[in-house]
Ligand binder design. Structure first.
Ligand SMILES: [Mg+2]
Length: 182
């Protein structure tokens, strides 16, 4: 995960199974100082607020390294987003309207970072990856934490599935980016 080049608006730089697999040392060495974090099915199960120990430990490590963190969620349930944000010590942007760039720009303003020093992490290609790639950020796509999702998201997953398979294959083959091109 040493080279980060966004090759399309959908492809992540890196594909992982869960946030706790993300190598924070590697991100730091590549200049990342701020993390934009999705909530549902990235940090917690969909529509839930319970944080598992693995996620909590990973976020704590990020903070110990000196990284800024901001939860950016499209969820209309602002109270739940703020609860998780407070629990984990994250700044919070609610009703974000991802993939619109304004969502990510608001988070960078909060963290005091720019596109070159920010990495967006999420479980959805057409919101989390698209918006962040549009701005030229580093991006990490995680697998959804649980199969429970909204009906709308389940439909989107049908489109995502072949893309994820392709990126996973490219990554296994040792390509620099999950999109398989250098
Ligand atoms: Mg999500």
């Amino acid at each position: 995960m040493a080279v980060y080049r966004v090759r399309s608006l959908l492809a992540p730089c890196i594909l992982v199974r869960a946030v706790w697999e993300i190598d924070l040392d590697a991100l730091w060495e590549n200049g990342v100082r701020g993390l934009i974090l999705d909530l549902d099915n990235t940090l917690v199960n969909w529509n839930d607020s319970h944080v598992c120990p693995a996620v909590r430990g990973w976020v704590e490590t990020a903070h110990e390294k000196g990284m800024r963190t901001c939860l950016v969620s499209n969820s209309a349930g602002g109270r739940r987003v703020r609860e998780v944000g407070k629990d984990l010590g994250l700044s919070v942007v609610t009703r974000a309207w991802k993939p619109l760039p304004i969502a990510f720009q608001r988070a960078m303003t909060v963290m005091g970072t720019d596109t070159g020093s920010t990495c967006a992490i999420g479980d959805q290609v057409f919101t989390d990856m698209l918006g962040a790639n549009w701005l030229g950020m580093k991006t990490v796509l995680v697998a959804p934490l649980s199969p429970r999702e909204s009906p709308h998201t389940r439909l989107i997953r049908l489109i995502e599935a072949p893309l994820r398979r392709r990126w996973a294959l490219s990554q296994e083959r040792g390509a620099a980016g999950a999109d398989g091109r250098r």
